[in-house]
Design a protein around this ligand. Structure first.
Ligand SMILES: Nc1ncnc2c1ncn2[C@@H]1O[C@H](COP(=O)(O)OP(=O)(O)OP(=O)(O)O)[C@@H](O)[C@H]1O
Length: 605
């Protein structure tokens, strides 16, 4: 009987596995399989490291070319309170905003304009690349700036169903971390508010409500700078966020703490800066730590309002001071000045290690399209112009501009291609790791069975389960469940079999077609199998070139708790798939005794 499926179980000839049997005989195939698999994984990992390095370099160049301090402008839709009858003085193009009204005619250039119809998704797509920089180890700052009511909180936090940058960024970080098999990441979150020049920890254990003028210890945090230049807020709560759910819970809690102050203390949040910090730890050969700051700045209209008094005036002054200090710092960085005035405000002190060299800054300036707000709109755009790190395209000669655009497009493509290929490699490594694990488990199970039996090689082992209808001659006696570790009586060697075995080990068996095990055994359906040669898209096509150095692979299904080692006659999918038999069938001397064992098996059925 050729078919070794018995009682719904697939019988696996041991010559398909490479093991040292108790009698000293070596069965070739299995160990080699594991070591080849390990080699494959190591080749894939080395390709992954190489690609990741290339992607990082390209992304870094890309962001620097686009400007390490970038400025976007978002125009809020008109709201009921605006004068809807007059025509909006603001007109926009992709990178330009013109403000025209009586006595005013100004034009501003930014890196990207989001008009009134732009969605949260549109904005986030442009933010995404800078998040990769944060994951790559750079400190990153994303700031929302603008007059009160122009949509800073809408852009950063969003609303239900229209999530803003912060929740999307958190989601993106976790999603990337789960896909990247080259490193492991861990994240933690802190949230604080800068109000009237003091720092308030938004994630601190709850305390009785207090008025801002009566700040307790919770808002007297101080800023420390380490020798290496890193900045830390002393005593600031930093909560580890192991998963997205926990991250969102803590973020919501911080938001609530901010709005509670607002409710109870008369509009505090619109007169404070709210800072969310995600600390990213990338664990690899060395640990890399970076900070992602997501900042909802206080409303800038306070700069222009002079009629305020009392607490409102103090708040206005505080915001005025910190925003102009921020403008000074960014302008000094842009001009590459040797002295950068970080110490002029708490806000710039906290951010001093995240605005300068090696950091990436993105400022989203918010404006209102209404005629009523034209003064504040011009003011906000002037701030943006000062902050922008690169010369506007208008000041660059046409040929240089084209050259730059070309280079940006090339780098963009390089990053995208590398990303796609990395995704593909990650998946391959994940699958190969699963296969390796399964193989190791199988080996140890087989060793267990063999050592239990002391000195008698078995011809076949049942290591999986198949549909009973596909098992032509089920014989209960012939089953060996590896998990039980027990061996049926018929599997024990007899005097005859031992004689045959010793005779056979000296003779060359006739070439008989044996059921070989796939290198990556178990239920190899088309969708589960993977190889470079099956690549369909560009990234996959590139992998084909690489496949010359990496052997083709097939994988185990993730959920397989029973390993179905298929035989040709049982698994038609596997039968049609290319098999790697050479490691098993080309050693007749080693197969001989097993071949004879199979004959004995056949006679039992
Ligand atoms: N792009 C937009 N699309 C739809 N609604 C928006 C948009 N921008 C802002 N809004 C709405 O305008 C209102 C004011 O927005 P938001 O509170 O975000 O402004 P803000 O700049 O954060 O104000 P503050 O400085 O007082 O915190 C909100 O109701 C918000 O939902």
């Amino acid at each position: 009987m050729e078919n070794e499926a018995m009682g719904g179980h697939v019988m696996v000839p041991l010559e398909s596995l490479s093991l040292e049997l108790p009698n000293g005989e070596i069965l070739v195939g299995y160990d080699k399989d594991i070591s080849s698999l390990q080699e494959d994984i190591s080749a894939l990992r080395s390709r992954q490291r190489h690609l990741d390095r290339r992607r990082r370099e390209a992304l870094d160049k890309l962001i620097d070319l686009k400007g390490s301090i970038r400025v976007f402008c978002r125009v809020r839709p008109l709201v009921q309170t605006n004068n809807l009858k007059t025509k909006s003085p603001v007109t926009v193009e992709q990178e330009k905003i013109a403000v025209k009204s009586v006595g005013i005619k100004k034009e501003f250039s930014v890196d990207r304009v989001f008009d009134q119809e732009s969605t949260q998704e549109d904005v986030f797509q442009e933010v995404k690349p800078i998040l990769r920089s944060a994951l790559d180890g750079h400190n990153v700052c994303i700031l929302a700036f603008g007059q009160t009511g122009t949509g800073k909180t809408y852009t950063m936090e969003g609303t239900d169903g229209k999530l803003g940058i912060v929740p999307r960024a958190i989601q993106e970080l976790f999603s990337h971390a789960s896909e990247d098999s080259s490193s492991t990441y861990s994240f933690s979150i802190s949230m604080l508010e800068v109000y009237l020049g003091s720092l308030r920890d938004l994630l601190a254990p709850r305390q009785p409500l207090f008025r801002p003028t009566e700040c307790s210890t919770a808002c007297n945090l101080s800023i420390l700078a380490t020798k290496s230049g890193a900045v830390e807020v002393e005593g600031l709560t930093d909560v580890s966020i192991p998963d997205l759910k926990k991250a969102n819970q803590w973020y919501c809690r911080g938001r609530r703490a901010r709005s509670t102050s607002w409710t109870n203390v008369n509009d505090v949040s619109s007169r404070s800066h709210c800072l969310t910090r995600i600390t990213i730890r990338r664990h690899g050969a060395t640990e890399q730590v970076s900070k992602l700051w997501l900042i909802d700045l206080g409303g800038s209209e306070r700069l222009l309002k002079t009629g305020a008094s009392g607490l409102t005036m103090d708040e206005g002054k505080a915001i005025n001071l910190s925003l102009s200090a921020l403008g000074d710092v960014i302008a000094a960085l842009r001009r590459k000045r040797s002295h950068v005035p970080y110490r002029n405000s708490k806000l710039t002190q906290i951010l001093s290690d995240s605005l300068g060299d090696g950091s990436k800054v993105l400022m989203v300036v918010h404006i209102s399209p209404s005629e009523d707000d034209i003064g504040e709109t011009v003011c906000s755009l002037s701030f943006a112009k000062r902050a922008r790190s690169i010369e506007s395209n208008r000041d660059i000669p046409e040929d240089l501009k084209m050259l730059k655009q070309k280079r940006i497009a090339e780098l963009d493509k390089e990053v995208c291609d590398a990303d796609e290929e990395l995704k593909y490699l990650n998946e391959q490594i994940r699958r190969a790791d699963i296969s390796l694990e399964e193989k190791k488990k199988l080996t140890s199970s087989i060793c267990q069975v063999l050592s239990d039996e002391k000195g008698s090689p078995r011809s076949t082992l049942v290591v999986g389960h198949i549909d009973a209808t596909e098992s032509p001659h089920p014989t209960e006696k012939a089953k060996i469940r590896i998990s039980h570790g027990s061996v049926p009586h018929f599997m024990s060697s007899t005097v005859c079999s031992r004689q045959r075995h010793s005779a056979g080990s000296h003779s060359v068996s006739k070439p008989r077609l044996t059921k070989s095990v796939n290198r990556y055994p178990a239920e190899l359906t088309g969708s589960q199998s993977f190889s470079y040669s099956s690549c369909k898209n560009a990234a996959k096509a590139r992998s084909v070139a690489f496949s010359a150095s990496v052997p083709k692979m097939k994988c185990l299904p993730v959920k397989s708790d029973l390993i179905n080692i298929s035989s040709n006659s049982i698994d038609s999918t596997a039968a049609s798939a290319p098999r790697r038999r050479e490691s098993f069938v080309s050693r007749p001397v080693q197969r001989a005794p097993l071949h004879q064992h199979r004959r004995r098996m056949s006679s039992l059925t």
